[in-house]
Write a protein that binds this ligand. Structure first.
Ligand code: PGA
Length: 252
C-alpha cells in the first residue's frame, strides 16, 4: 500500500515563534486522529528548522527543508548542505519547487545533482515538477512533465525511488486559487505512473507516492484525494492555518 502524505510548504513565512505555535497547535489538532499510513509534514524556512524539529519531537509531525545545495561543502555563499540538515534531524528535502525553478533558476541538471546528493546521504526528497499555463494551453503538459522527470530523475535505479516522493504541481495552480480539477490531477498522476512503469517496473510505479499541489484547500481536498493515483498533497497557503491544514489532513 502506498503511503499517504500531507505536506505543508511554508515558503517564506513564519518567524521562530510563529513556527513553534503552528506546530504545537497542529500537534494538538491531530493527536486524536487516526492517521495510519499517513505522514504529516511541514517545511519551515532554514533558520527555523532546528527549533521546529525540537517542537515536533514525539509527535506525528515531520519537519523537512524547502531546499538544499548539491555540494558537500565549499564556497557557496548562502547555501545549506545535506550534512548540515541531517545534523539537525532533517531527513527530507523539497526539491525543484516551481518557485525555485522560476526565481532562482534551478535547472533540471542542477536538480539531478541535488537528487544524487540526497541519495548519497540516505535522505529523502519530495521532488516537485509541473507545467506552466502556456504548456497546458499548447497541449504540451504531458511532454513537459515527462522531460522534467526524465532529465532530473531517470538516471536513477528503480530502488532509489524508495527515497523519492513525487509532487505534481501545475504552475498555473500554485497560489492562484485555481486548482487542477480532480480529473486533470488523476489524468496526470496516472500518466506519471505509466512513464515510471515503462522506464522501471510496475512495482516501482505502484509504490511511489505522487502528491498533488496547487491551491489545495479544505473545500477541494477530499475530491482530489479521492482519485486513485493521488496519494496526498503539497499544500502552500492553506498550510499556514491550523484549521485549514487539519481539515486537509482529515480529507486524506
Ligand atoms: P498553494 O502552493 O497551495 O499556495 O497553491 C502549493 C505549493 O507551492 O506547493
Amino acid at each position: 500500500m502506498r503511503t499517504k502524505i500531507v505536506a505543508g510548504n511554508w515558503k517564506l513565512n513564519n518567524t521562530k515563534e510563529e513556527s513553534k505555535t503552528l506546530i504545537k497547535d497542529l500537534k494538538k489538532a491531530i493527536e486524536d486522529k487516526k492517521l495510519k499510513n499517513t505522514r504529516v509534514i511541514v517545511a519551515p524556512t532554514f533558520v527555523n528548522l532546528a527549533s521546529s524539529v525540537k517542537t515536533a519531537k514525539k509527535s506525528k509531525i515531520e519537519v523537512v527543508a524547502q531546499n538544499m545545495h548539491q555540494a558537500k561543502n565549499g564556497a557557496y555563499t548562502g547555501e545549506v548542505s545535506a550534512e548540515m540538515l541531517k545534523a539537525i534531524g532533517v531527513k527530507t528535502v523539497i526539491l525543484g519547487h516551481s518557485e525555485r525553478r522560476t526565481y532562482f533558476n534551478e535547472t533540471d541538471a542542477a536538480l539531478a545533482e541535488k537528487v544524487n546528493t540526497i541519495l548519497e546521504n540516505k535522505m529523502e526528497t519530495i521532488f516537485c515538477f509541473g507545467e506552466l499555463l502556456e504548456d497546458r494551453k499548447a497541449d504540451k503538459h504531458f511532454e513537459v512533465v515527462e522531460s522534467q522527470l526524465s532529465n532530473a530523475l531517470f538516471h536513477l535505479k528503480g530502488a532509489d525511488f524508495k527515497s523519492i516522493i513525487l509532487a505534481y504541481e501545475p504552475v498555473w495552480a500554485i497560489g492562484t486559487g485555481e486548482t487542477a480539477s480532480p480529473e486533470q490531477a488523476q489524468e496526470m498522476h496516472a500518466f506519471i505512473r505509466s512513464i515510471i512503469e515503462k522506464k522501471y517496473t510496475k512495482e516501482v510505479a505502484d509504490n511511489v507516492s505522487i502528491l498533488y499541489g496547487g491551491s489545495v484547500k479544505p473545500a477541494n481536498a477530499e475530491e482530489i484525494f479521492s482519485k486513485p493515483d493521488v496519494d496526498g498533497g503539497l499544500i502552500g497557503g492553506a498550510a499556514l492555518k491550523v484549521a485549514d491544514f487539519t481539515a486537509i489532513i482529515k480529507a486524506i
